[in-house]
Design a protein around this ligand. Structure first.
Ligand code: SF4
Ligand code: ZN
Ligand code: ZN
Length: 313
């Protein structure tokens, strides 16, 4: 098997791109895909300061590595959610710290137990969808930190498999508000920082190959709650289809991008946002969901009935 570019021995075949690459040309291919997407969607100005959400997994570490190599000023943001099983949170934090130390990049860590006196698992019994609480908490903290630090935007490690699978799930439900937001870039909007997904057109497999090639060592511990992670079965179906029609996953998502504008109006919330009475953050009600979860002002039972985990940007 020969590299499509230099005819040396190829180590990877990418049927979706009808290409085979040696390590050097795979690396160039990967960087080019990211920088093209950044330009096409005007994600970042050259040398911009960007805050990257880092879990310690391969996807988020890859975004840090690529953006740093492309000349952007990266700061990491990690939340230790306090999951003791499998030593998950401790290991995630340690992996993140060591990765940032190696690159010599700044990193902000928030430890929920230290800041709020309890960890995310204390919600597990009351909220069966713990990932929803966990995600909402991390997004809220990250948005606050990005705005306070005047970062140009917040970047996450979502890749093509994440975006295509959520697209499929939302098309099957015709969930217009999600269909309006399944984009590689969401502009800053009032109290919400701009959000970018620089890996949006790279598949999970391509991200895995890149991270291995670069010697990135992600966290190996598995979150015990990850089995309830969203869209797993949709990823499986898309991968089955991809085997039969290489490139189908990317075409599905890229064709959506061409028509995504039609969902924009349908996706706008009818409820005007105001400032949360406790944290000042954006919310359609008096107190935002984050504050209801973490700064409990009424009895737990009373509040749990009111909490809507779909809130927030
Ligand atoms: Fe949080 Fe769910 Fe991720 Fe575990 S799998 S860290 S609970 S979002
Ligand atoms: Zn080559
Ligand atoms: Zn609040």
């Amino acid at each position: 098997m020969k590299c499509t570019v230099c005819k040396r021995e190829a180590f990877v075949k990418l049927p979706a791109h009808n290409a085979k690459f040696c390590p050097d040309h795979f690396d160039q291919f990967f960087l080019r895909q990211v920088s093209r997407l950044i330009k096409k969607f005007r994600m970042l100005r050259p040398g911009a300061r960007v805050l990257v959400a880092v879990s310690g997994g391969k996807d988020s570490l890859t975004v840090v590595d690529v953006l740093h190599r492309l000349g952007y000023q990266v700061t990491g943001f990690h939340v230790n959610v306090g999951i003791k099983e499998n030593n998950f949170s401790e290991e995630s934090e340690a992996v993140t710290i060591s990765f940032f130390e190696k690159l010599g990049l700044p990193l902000k860590i928030i430890n929920l137990e230290k800041e709020y006196g309890r960890n995310i698992t204390t919600f597990a019994r009351r909220f069966p969808r713990l990932c929803a609480v966990c995600g909402l908490t991390k997004r809220h903290l990250m948005n606050d930190y990005a705005l306070a630090g005047r970062f140009s935007c917040v970047a996450t490690g979502h890749h093509l498999d994440d975006l295509a699978s959520s697209l499929l799930a939302n098309v099957l439900r015709w969930d217009l508000s999600y269909l309006a937001k399944n984009l590689p870039v969401l502009p800053a909007e009032g109290p919400f920082a701009k959000k970018i997904k620089p890996l949006a057109l790279l598949s999970e497999e391509e991200v895995r190959i890149y991270s291995e090639l670069r010697g990135i060592k992600p966290v190996t511990a598995v979150c015990p709650y990850s089995k309830e992670a969203k869209f797993k079965r949709y990823k499986f179906f898309l991968n089955e289809l991809e085997k039969q029609s290489p490139g189908m996953k990317r075409a599905f998502y890229e064709n959506y991008l061409k028509v995504a504008g039609i969902f924009e109006k349908a996706g706008t919330s009818e409820l005007p946002l105001r400032n949360c009475k406790i944290c000042g953050g954006p919310t359609p009600s008096e107190i935002c969901t984050f504050c209801r979860l973490w700064n409990r002002t009424q009895s737990a039972q009373e509040e749990d009935q009111e909490i809507n985990l779909g809130d927030g940007n």
